[in-house]
Design a protein around this ligand. Sequence first.
Ligand SMILES: Cc1ncc(COP(=O)(O)O)c(C=O)c1O
Length: 425
Amino acid sequence: MRTNNSDKYFQQAKDVMVGGVNSPVRSFRAVGGNPIVMKYGRGSKLYDYDNNEFTDYCLSWGALVLGHAPRNAILAAKKTAEKGISFGVTTREEIDLARFIVDHVPSIDLIRFVNSGTEATMSAIRLARGFTNKEMLIKFDGCYHGHFDDLLAKAGSGVAQLKESSSLGIPQSHIQNTISLPYNNVEILEKTITQFKDRIACVIIEPVAGNMGVIPANMEFLRALRELTKKNNIVLIFDEVMTGFRTHAGCVQTEMNIIPDITCLGKIIGGGFPVGAYGGRKDIMECLAPLGGVYQAGTFAGNPVVMKTGLATLKFLNKNFYRILNQKSEELANTINTYFKEHNIEAHLSYYRSMMSIRFRQEAVLNYDDAQKAAGAERYTKLFHHLLKAGIYWPPADLEAFFISSMHTRKDLDKLILTLKTFFK
Ligand SMILES: Cc1ncc(COP(=O)(O)O)c(C=O)c1O
């Protein structure tokens, strides 16, 4: 595979941007080699500056459920931009997208748009703290909710001892109110809430974790979480930044029939543009300024080009769309998993509909501890480069999810199956 031009541009990138990237996971640090500098995308494909074609399973980290450059989204963006790109005032475009989301996502009575998933979770937590007048928060080991200081408490840090953050530059005071618990463990959750209920403002969770590979929360755990939070005046926040509109127009909460108090969204709802949103119960949302005392604001929040493109995307996602996408994805995962089983290969795909990840063991993965044990490290690096050479672009890090879009054809998926088979042989 020729990478001369990519290598040249990446060198230029390193001269002017930190590590050559604007987000660390893009840097290929986890898998080695230089990142491929991409030129354009169409449907399921990405094209680089050396004329290589890749079937893209990273899809802008899950944002592109319709694949690259869908016509309806491009047209919406162009038409809206021609009228002016940003106004910093209320527009019809944001009302329309807000209405669509409020009508489809059961937990959301009122919504606030922001510019990224990080902003959404950060603001949702501030709101929960303002609403409950409490300070502590519970998150789960291995869940990622963006790079907000208070959420970068290291997995496994105990409640009582000095806490460790997973980044430099985070004062103790920012994580001393954060408790990180194992995912899918009802007993520990119950014990912790019972002990700290008067101090816990909120619990934030990915109802299907997508940042320690893909792990759907089990229903018993989610039901207990909903019950315990309700009983103890704790705001339950579902981070559906990744899962929102990926598998169902009502998001995962509709499929699982567990309704949180606040939902965070991002990725898909912007149609590929930068976006985030948080919304929830009316009485909680009304604590936000200008109605209430919790402050949060944004110059570009609700940008009309983003809103219109997001709506053009969401309008495409009807029942039939999800039926086909989910079925196609499940067939892919079943085929691969059957192959692994029949050949006694120590691997499986863990997945939730069109969100997937590879695990280097056969047993199920239920939490971050399992995810680390099933991580591939060197094996993933080899697999990643094997796929890349075959023209298949997977996320350049082991515990990141990969995604299927509506533009992935049978031929694309068959090629993935075949390439995986040759690797594991
Ligand atoms: C579940 C989840 N929440 C929050 C975020 C942060 O979103 P953003 O990268 O838009 O800030 C991500 C990003 O991948 C995510 O997967």
